[in-house]
Design a protein around this ligand. Structure first.
Ligand code: KG4
Ligand code: ZN
Length: 371
């Protein structure tokens, strides 16, 4: 990573070219108010591109989902994901510019997710963004996928500014984070095993709902009794904020096995509702504890599981009871998209962050780490 206007020696031809593109841009940047960013996201199974103005205004948000393809296999197949990203990325980027009514020449920067995620999938977006940055002479800004999820809140809530506490719950991550400033995070808690979305997906598969599990459990649970089966609410002994969902998943599997052995018919909706309630209870309790102990006045949620209707309702109620402002992105901005990457990139760009053409995909990038 480079900072604008810093002296960098021997960065190689590509870096130097990009750096000068960045410096030229700094000149242009000073002479106009709006910053428009073309953002690319390909970390998992959505090929996405968006054009975002000033981090908050979405001019276009194109998402090409591969869900139907992966449903055949019961989960994301990394090789298929990479191949499909390669096939679709140029078209998706072109469509994002077209829908926004903008040309590449009007972009102030190109932003791309470089981690965490599937390495082959990430590489497609990173390579495309580097090529466009070089060809169009616009700066490259690498973005952390989870920072993107958190920043989705800035799009739908124009007044939201740090500090706030954020619960990030997706297919690969469950984090309770204190957002101290734009791009500055303190991780309060994390999952010790499965992510919340992963638990939804595994339980959905076990009760015959298929992939992706979260939205399906959400829908079926509406017909079920959340108190029908007393599934456990796991606590992690040495941390009040950490999560553990693998025990809950095992409890569901044990329940299903014991019903089968006893010849008892399973009520799919009751299992879905009771499992979902167990997840929602734990996420809500830990979140409210964090809000109270941090003395936070604002609380936000992010990530695919943040689109869960029961979770949104529970957190809204608990925040209202405590006089805490509750923020959540619209469901389409909770799951993977590139608008959220454009939002996060804006704050990085304004801080002077520019990446060189040595930017690589980092599948295990930790929140707060920078390339
Ligand atoms: O953020 P995301 O799109 O991708 C990752 O970064 O992982 O999250 C995908 C996860 C999947 O596990 C999916 O089952 C879950 O979010 N999800 C949901 C809902 N919609 C998506 N989980 C519960 N309820 C939902 N409505
Ligand atoms: Zn995600």
């Amino acid at each position: 990573m480079e900072k604008e206007n810093t002296d960098i020696e021997n960065t190689g031809k590509e870096n130097t070219d990009n750096e000068s593109a960045g410096k030229e841009d700094a000149g242009r940047e000073n002479s106009r108010k709006d910053i428009t960013i073309l953002a690319v996201e390909s970390s998992c199974d959505e090929t996405a591109a968006a054009v975002v103005r000033n981090g908050r205004e979405v001019l276009s948000n194109i998402i090409s989902s591969q869900i139907d393809l992966h449903t055949l296999y019961g989960g994301v197949v990394p090789e298929i994901a990479s191949r499909k990203h390669t096939e679709r990325i140029n078209q998706v980027i072109g469509e994002a510019l077209q829908k926004a009514g903008r040309t590449l020449g009007e972009m102030d920067a190109i932003a791309v997710t470089y981690g965490p995620g599937l390495v082959g999938a990430l590489l497609v977006g990173v390579s495309a963004a580097k090529a466009i940055s070089f060809a169009a002479g616009i700066p490259l800004v690498g973005v952390h996928h989870i920072e993107g999820h958190i920043s989705a809140n800035y799009i739908d809530n124009k007044e939201l500014k740090p500090p706030f506490v954020c619960l990030v719950v997706s297919g690969g991550h469950s984090h309770l984070v204190r957002v101290k400033d734009y791009g500055e995070y303190e991780i309060l808690g994390r999952t010790r095993d499965d992510a919340a979305g992963e638990a939804f997906d595994k339980v959905a598969r076990a009760i015959g709902l298929g992939y992706p599990g979260g939205p399906k459990i959400d829908r079926v649970a509406k017909e079920g009794d959340p108190d029908a089966i007393p599934f456990p609410r796991a606590k992690v002994a040495d941390s009040v904020y950490d999560f553990s969902f693998s025990g809950l998943k095992s409890a569901v599997l044990n329940y299903l096995n014991s019903c089968e052995m006893k010849g008892i018919a399973i009520r799919q909706a009751d299992v879905a509702a009771s499992f979902q309630k167990a997840v929602v209870d734990v996420l809500t309790e830990h979140s409210m504890q964090a809000v109270e102990e941090c003395g936070a006045k604002k609380f936000a949620i992010a990530g695919g599981v943040a689109s869960n209707t029961a979770l949104r309702a529970a957190l809204e109620k608990e925040c209202a009871a405590r006089g805490i402002a509750f923020y959540r992105p619209t469901p389409i901005l909770c799951t993977d998209n590139a608008a959220m990457i454009g939002a996060a990139a804006y704050y990085e760009f304004c801080k002077g962050v520019r990446h060189g053409y040595d930017l690589n995909a980092i599948p295990n990038l930790k929140l707060g780490e920078r390339a």
